[in-house]
Design a protein around this ligand. Structure first.
Ligand code: ADP
Ligand code: MG
Length: 472
């Protein structure tokens, strides 16, 4: 019999049916349609993005097993999703997403001494014979999804080296630091996932410093401090996120110090993140700080424009959405604070387009960014306005600041003054001082001239409109 997408899928279904409840089978597998078979790649259609996520989250192991039985080790699954359409026409958009092929990231159960004081796992209910330590890793935070740029090259490659040889490099501990939303947590997870991929037998644990502190305090109250320490000493790769929150907590620092020393001496890997550089970690004990110096501190910077574009492209690709290039560029250009805000802006845009059934265009993006950036208090300065105006007229900024009375320069200068008055909190005198050392009356005159001209002169009106768009 010929092997087709349908025949392969029917065999998979038979296998799947035997392994789950009939209800789940009906809900999650009956609606799937086989589409295409190309070599070992089977494409199937699922009804929605939610459906796809549910399958990937709950049935990936079963699916993988089923298709490998049919198509061998190299078997791969590609989903086609019928999307709610984002383009305002009536054809449903289909997007293709390769299966991440990755379920929850599990550690092997550990044997623990089964005397009465068996070690309590602060993450799960006590009383288990074998200790199952959940890695707490987020499977989406992979290296693949972490876009490389000048802003993160050192941190990323150090992280990569650690993932290849945990405990076996001089980057121990590895401290990743940088401002909020720049990818510290993502990178820390990526290293953990990298280690699990290469060394499945190693026990990796991700924990926030906050949670670590709570667990510790809990153990002090319950007289289980030793259990707490032993638990952490069983980990092969310990990731503690946001250690700046240890500042001022001496007892927590002491126990961290103890655990750290044990792990380090035993060749185990420690990865830490912090929202500031070690020198700025006030309230941290000297001995703890000195341990940080044993390894490597690598910082994450704000990504440059190309990287921001690449991040948006990757994110839309992962979400199975297609956005016009000019929209992506507009977002990447306007939002330059950090990656979390960039993602926030993208999500808000998608939500607005879905809810209001509006096409995603640069105009929609502009409206959204305007609101978004306002609430994020990005301040517009005179310098910034000068730059935008000069770029627009393609003239050097020095000209505006000079005494020149050439017509084009006067015009650009007046526009700069006008927008500075409108968009900044500077006084007329302060604006004048920065625009060719003029007095406050000149600035006032400029504001009136611009207002008048934009009513009478069509060309001039267009300048004002273009510029206010650029400045908004
Ligand atoms: P931090 O821990 O530094 O505050 P996160 O790791 O939580 O920042 O990152 C914020 C968001 O930005 C996350 O969704 C993360 O996936 C994303 N992100 C950050 N840096 C990158 C990058 N280089 N490539 C892709 N996504 C990134
Ligand atoms: Mg974080």
């Amino acid at each position: 019999m010929e092997v087709t997408a349908t025949s392969v899928w029917n065999n998979c279904l038979a296998f799947i049916k035997d392994n789950i409840s009939i209800q789940n089978y009906k809900t999650w597998f009956m609606p799937i349609k086989p589409l295409k078979l190309q070599g070992a790649v089977l494409s199937v259609q699922v009804p929605s993005k939610f459906f796809f996520e549910w399958l990937e989250e709950n049935y990936i192991d079963l699916l993988r097993m089923a298709i490998r039985r049919e198509l061998g080790e190299g078997a791969r699954l590609v989903y086609s999703i019928v999307m709610e359409n984002t383009y305002g026409n009536n054809n449903p958009v289909t997007v293709k997403i390769p299966s991440a092929n990755r379920g929850a990231i599990k550690n092997n159960p550990l044997n623990v001494p089964t005397d009465n004081s068996s070690i309590r796992n602060p993450f799960v209910i006590p009383g288990l014979k074998k200790l199952q330590i959940e890695s707490q890793l987020n499977p989406n935070y992979t290296f693949d999804n972490f876009i490389e740029g000048d802003c993160n090259r050192l941190a990323r490659s150090a992280g990569y080296a650690v993932a290849e040889k945990p405990g076996g490099t001089s980057f121990n501990p590895l401290l990743l630091y940088g401002g909020v939303g720049l990818g510290k947590t993502h990178l820390a997870h990526a290293i953990g996932i990298g280690i699990k991929d290469k060394y499945p037998e190693k026990t990796v644990l991700y924990v926030s410093a906050e949670k670590f502190t709570q667990q510790f305090m809990h153990s002090t109250r319950n007289n289980t401090r030793n259990d707490f320490v032993h638990f952490y000493e069983m980990i092969d790769c310990l990731i503690i996120d946001d250690v700046q929150s240890f500042a001022g907590r001496e007892k927590t620092q002491d126990i961290f110090f103890e655990i750290f020393n044990y792990l380090h001496q035993n060749g185990k890997q420690v990865i830490l993140t912090s929202d500031r550089a070690p020198v700025d970690l006030q309230g941290m004990e000297q001995r703890v700080l000195s341990r940080l110096k044993w390894g490597l501190s690598a910082d994450l910077q704000v990504p440059e424009l190309e990287t921001r574009i690449a991040i948006l492209e990757r994110k839309t690709y992962n979400d199975g959405i297609e956005l016009p290039t000019d929209v992506i560029e507009y977002l990447a250009y306007s939002i330059n604070s950090n990656v979390r805000e960039l993602e926030g802006a993208l999500n808000s845009l998608l939500a607005q387009s879905l809810l209001n059934k509006k096409k995603i265009t640069v105009e929609l993006a502009q409206q959204m960014v305007k609101k978004f950036v306002k609430t994020n208090t990005k301040e517009i300065t005179i310098d910034y306005i000068q730059k935008i105006v000069c770029d627009y007229f393609n003239m050097p900024i020095e000209l505006i600041k000079s005494k020149t009375r050439k017509r084009e320069v006067v015009q650009a200068r007046q526009l700069t003054m006008y927008f500075s008055k409108q968009l900044t909190k500077n006084s007329l005198a302060a604006i004048g001082a920065q625009c060719g050392n003029k007095d406050h009356a000149t600035v006032l005159h400029a504001c009136r001239t611009v207002a008048n001209l934009s009513e009478t002169d069509k060309q001039f009106k267009a300048y004002v409109e273009d510029l206010s768009k650029k400045l908004s």
